[in-house]
Ligand binder design. Structure first.
Ligand SMILES: [Zn+2]
Length: 91
C-alpha cells in the first residue's frame, strides 16, 4: 500500500495509516485557506479515489455534511464561510 492519494488541491493532504486502511479509510487533513485551522476528516478511500479521478464531491461523499464538502471544494471552513456571509448582510 502506498500513500499516494494525491489530490490536485494544495489545502488537502491525504494521510493513510495501516489501522485506517484495514477499514478502507483514510484521513483528509484540510487546512482552511482563510483561518489556517487544520481539520481532520476520516473518509472512505474509495470515495477519495473517485474524487481524485475527477468525480463530483456530491457523488463521492453523499453522506458528508455540506460544510465538510465545501472544504473539499473551496478549502474554506464553515466558520469562515459563515463569517463571509455575515459581512455580506451587514449594513
Ligand atoms: Zn476557516
Amino acid at each position: 500500500m502506498s500513500d499516494t492519494y494525491l489530490i490536485n488541491k494544495p489545502f488537502i493532504n491525504i494521510v493513510t495509516d495501516p489501522i485506517m486502511l484495514v477499514n478502507d479509510q483514510c484521513r483528509a487533513d484540510i487546512t482552511c485557506i482563510q483561518c489556517q485551522k487544520l481539520y481532520q476528516i476520516i473518509v472512505d478511500i474509495k470515495a477519495i479515489e473517485k474524487y481524485r479521478d475527477g468525480d463530483y464531491v456530491q457523488s463521492c461523499f453523499p453522506s458528508m455534511p455540506a460544510t465538510q464538502r465545501e472544504m473539499f471544494v473551496s478549502g474554506v471552513c464553515s466558520k469562515c464561510w459563515d463569517a463571509m456571509w455575515d459581512i455580506e448582510v451587514e449594513e
